[in-house]
Design a protein around this ligand. Structure first.
Ligand code: SF4
Length: 285
């Protein structure tokens, strides 16, 4: 996608491709704390090269516009659950899902834990300077066992009903499970007793209504998932060793962005000539 760099007045300015704040990226073997979010960890799993170029070399990758409709369902759900948190009552979805004994968890840090941009759950990785972070959508509590339940809101628009098993088996949702595993890992590492089942609260917009009429209707589903954190520590170890090395790792061969860059470089190089030497970037010089 095309992403233009803009200043605070939203005017286009020259893009450099590099982050300007040195503190936003990592120097191999640095001795001050550095945060790695759940999203960056997922990037590491998807492509070690992109992760390294971003976190260690400071490359400023093109971004994506916000998902404002999805964010709105999150925001409105948060209001509903916060009301139940204040009153310590079960949310309307709990009884029909056999969760009458569950309430939204009340904790002084809950707003920080949900703030993925500035805070989130936080856990130092072993004795390193890497702090792992992750902003959860919500945490509920089983009032019988006092265990905490990790929750993630998901909005989508798909024809028909959502089958819970199909939802979990969908390869496109593998990343969602990684996300849950990671949150459970952080929360357990912070010393909390975490329930083995977490939930995706899936809001599915109905596409078969007869018109818009200023309203979009949703079905809601609680999809239970049994998290697994056994694999995470080794992967984080691998990630930290990668951050401390100086070689740039291999790319992911399935990535369309790299394939596009390759084709782009070849196409533009063929067109470069003496009359037109100032093609943006030095890739072709
Ligand atoms: S393969 Fe894709 S994700 Fe990896 S470095 Fe290239 S553009 Fe980035």
């Amino acid at each position: 996608m095309i992403d233009l760099k803009r200043n605070s007045k939203k005017e286009p300015v020259k893009a450099t491709g590099i982050r300007s704040r040195k503190s936003s990226f990592y120097t191999p073997n640095q001795t001050t704390d550095f945060k790695i979010s759940r999203g960056r960890f997922s990037n590491f799993l998807a492509c070690k090269r992109c992760f390294y170029l971003d976190r260690v070399k400071g490359l400023d990758a093109p971004g994506m516009p916000g998902w404002t409709l999805n964010e709105t369902t999150d925001l409105l759900l948060k209001k509903e659950f916060d009301h139940c948190r204040e009153t310590q009552t079960a949310h309307r979805l709990f009884a029909p899902n056999g969760l009458s004994h569950v309430v939204p968890y009340e904790h002084p840090e809950i707003d920080n834990w949900r703030d993925s941009l500035h805070h989130g759950l936080m856990l130092r990785h072993k004795n390193t300077h890497i702090i792992l972070t992750g902003g959860v959508d919500d945490i509920w509590q089983d009032t019988n066992t006092q265990q905490l339940i990790v929750v993630d809101y998901k909005s989508q628009a798909k024809n028909g009903r959502v089958d819970k098993q199909d939802y979990l088996n969908d390869r496109y949702h593998d990343g969602y499970k990684i996300q849950m595993d990671f949150y459970a890992y952080l929360l357990s590492g912070m010393g909390f007793d975490v329930h083995s089942t977490c939930y995706f609260l899936v809001c599915n917009a109905k596409r078969d209504e007869d018109g818009f009429h200023k309203t979009m209707s949703f079905d809601e589903y609680l999809v239970p998932y049994t998290w697994n954190i056994d694999w995470i520590e080794n992967k984080v170890d691998e990630m930290v060793s990668l951050m401390n090395q100086h070689e740039i790792p291999e790319p992911n061969e399935s990535c369309k962005n790299c394939a596009y860059s390759d084709q782009y470089a070849q196409a533009v190089k063929q067109n470069a000539n003496k009359e037109n030497p100032n093609i943006q970037g030095s890739l072709f010089s």
